[in-house]
Design a binder for this molecule. Structure first.
Ligand SMILES: [Zn+2]
Length: 474
């Protein structure tokens, strides 16, 4: 059985569009770059990734989840540094007036990729979307009524820190998570869902006593894990987490622990370990708030290495600036001692993870004279858990199939029903959307109450009594 990975460039995007995973937003109006809609299967896939993430951090790490607003007043982003520093350099084409990010322009050799015209410096662009909160009453209120769509979910957590600390009975460490939309007015997004203007982030902010950063209580459980690391200076190397922290490549145990856990999460949902590495930011690419940052990068056949998660040591930057701008005490009081906690932040780009899963899951193989295309999702991630088919639409098979289909739905299992076309075609349809099991109702079902269950990857078929289907596919 051949198992050639698909690398034809358009193939993933074509399949994602045709099967209802991802659609260009506002398509009937010509679309707008940097905006995508999730179709029915895409939305299911995304929710399943988010559910695994919540399980991993919410239950696994014991972090609390909050839901902060997506719009914030100007003061917040003045304090956080985003007004001043959250920007990209742009160039513009002299002929067609199209704007490009400076770093893209370097890739494209300083000629316009649209018309071949000359590109010239266009200055710095802030990437936040600006809006108005309420109706400004006059000139002087213009500034006060200016708001911004959040460029990261993190700020909502920092601002609520005094309340969160009290909620946690004034104790560190304290982990808080959030999943939600964030917005960046990218200069020239052209890469499918890799660079979006509206996207979903899943972020954890872990507040820790700076004196305890080398005493993570869970470090022992992950220290043996071998990581593929690309330090800011030096070549790629494989090192155990323990060696990486001991030799100072990764600055401290807390940061290292979360780098390793990010790797566990990504492999856990089905991203192949051999297509993952951790790359440290160089000083000149580090965000304004970061002291150290490691990106989990996925190797894409289409886009090469791309960031899908960032793990940053934000130090005391955020709490310090908000304490000073808002005149609020953000310290933890430990007897006479006042501590400003440090923040370790794993920050996941959920849309990029969706893309990475689609690309790495898709494979093609020859079966007899037929070619089949398969999304080999893990069961936990697969949008549809099983499909139910009647072998034929007569002799009571259809009625029996509908009954089995309904019984599985009553057990809260997401199943699909399909009675159109040949069984072979129905299998191929489910393979292409990554459904792990297909259940066929045939004449034996009417006789002895068993069904045929066919497993997606092996294509093996087994007979299972109707009453045991639920257990089998769980
Ligand atoms: Zn041009």
């Amino acid at each position: 059985m051949s198992n050639a990975k698909v690398d034809r460039r358009e193939e993933i995007e074509e399949l994602a569009r045709r099967r209802g995973f991802l659609w260009q937003a506002f398509e009937i109006y010509g679309g707008v770059a940097g905006f995508y809609d999730y179709g029915p299967l895409g939305a299911l896939l995304k929710r399943r990734i988010e559910a695994e993430w919540r399980r991993f951090y919410g239950i696994g790490e014991g972090f609390y989840e909050i839901e902060a607003t997506t719009i914030g007043p100007r003061d917040v982003f003045k304090a956080s540094g985003h007004l001043k520093s959250f920007s990209d350099m742009a160039v513009v084409c002299k002929d067609c007036k199209t704007f490009f990010r400076m770093d893209e322009a370097i890739d494209i050799d300083k000629r316009c990729p649209e018309c071949g015209g000359e590109l010239v410096d266009a200055g710095e662009f802030n990437l936040m979307f600006q809006t108005k909160i309420g109706v400004p009453k006059g000139e002087s209120e213009q500034n006060n009524s200016t708001g911004y769509l959040r460029p990261e979910t993190a700020q909502g957590i920092f601002i609520d820190f005094p309340r969160l600390l009290r909620f946690n009975r004034d104790k560190l460490p304290l982990g808080v998570i959030q999943i939600g939309k964030a917005y960046r007015n990218e200069i020239s997004p052209r890469k499918s869902i890799i660079r979006l203007r509206e996207f979903t982030m899943a972020e954890a902010e872990v507040f820790v006593d700076p004196g305890e950063k080398n005493k993570h209580p869970g470090f022992e459980t992950v220290k043996e894990k071998v990581l593929r690391l690309v330090p800011a200076e030096g070549a790629q190397e494989e090192k155990s987490l323990e060696q990486a922290v001991k030799s100072g490549i990764i600055a401290n145990q807390y940061l290292g622990y979360h780098v390793a856990r990010v790797g566990e999460f990504l492999e856990g949902i089905g991203i192949p370990g051999d297509r993952l590495r951790f790359r440290q930011h160089r000083k000149d690419e580090m965000a304004h708030y970061a002291r150290d940052c490691w990106d989990a990068e996925f190797f894409s056949n289409r886009y090469s290495w791309m960031e899908i998660v960032g793990v940053a040591d934000r130090g005391d930057y955020d709490l310090s600036v908000h304490a000073s701008f808002s005149n609020t005490d953000m310290c933890v009081h430990d007897g006479p001692e006042k501590i400003i906690p440090h923040v370790i932040e794993p920050s996941f780009g959920i849309d990029r993870i969706v893309y990475a899963l689609l690309e790495s899951s898709l494979y093609k193989e020859q079966v007899g004279k037929q070619k089949r295309k398969v999304l080999g999702f893990k069961n936990e991630i697969a949008p549809i858990k099983a499909a139910v088919f009647p072998l034929l639409n007569r002799d009571g098979l259809k009625e029996k199939a509908v009954e089995v289909f309904q019984a599985l739905r009553d057990e809260a299992i997401l199943v699909e029903y399909d009675d159109s076309g040949s069984i072979g075609r129905r299998y191929r349809r489910q393979d292409e959307i990554g459904t792990p099991y297909c259940i066929t109702i045939d004449y034996d079902t009417l006789e002895d109450g068993t069904v045929t269950i066919r497993e997606r990857d092996t294509m093996k078929q087994v007979r299972v009594p109707v009453a045991e289907i639920k257990e089998f596919i769980a």
